[in-house]
Design a protein around this ligand. Structure first.
Ligand code: ZN
Length: 104
């Protein structure tokens, strides 16, 4: 297993005589999309809810989890405030040839 952020190898939780040592944290999240639920029987407003379309497990090593900005994003997702994938970061093939306009 690898850390989602820094890609370092993470170890399973190891138990020691004094307790245990956690090397990574797992966030079960995923891509979501807004879905409308319509009930044809009633004239109610359609219910809108977030549906999980693509479950993803995000592994965060203890080092990355200690970073405030990463921990905040994980907590925001966990609390349902903001999806971890709101910022389109892992859209797959991201091209390096982004046209720049330095001379505006
Ligand atoms: Zn990491």
């Amino acid at each position: 297993m690898q850390c989602f952020h820094c890609a370092r190898e993470v170890k399973e939780t190891t138990h020691t005589p004094k307790g245990y040592r956690v090397d990574y944290y797992l966030l079960h999240t995923g891509r979501t999309e807004w879905t409308f639920l319509k009930d044809p029987k009633d004239d109610l407003l359609p219910l809108r809810y977030l549906r999980l379309t693509q479950p993803v497990d995000i592994i965060s090593c203890a080092d990355c989890y200690a970073k405030p900005q990463i921990k905040k994003r994980l907590e925001d997702d966990f609390n349902g405030w903001k999806s971890f994938f709101d910022e389109k970061q892992i859209e797959g093939s991201e091209k390096n040839s982004i046209p720049r306009s330095d001379h505006g």
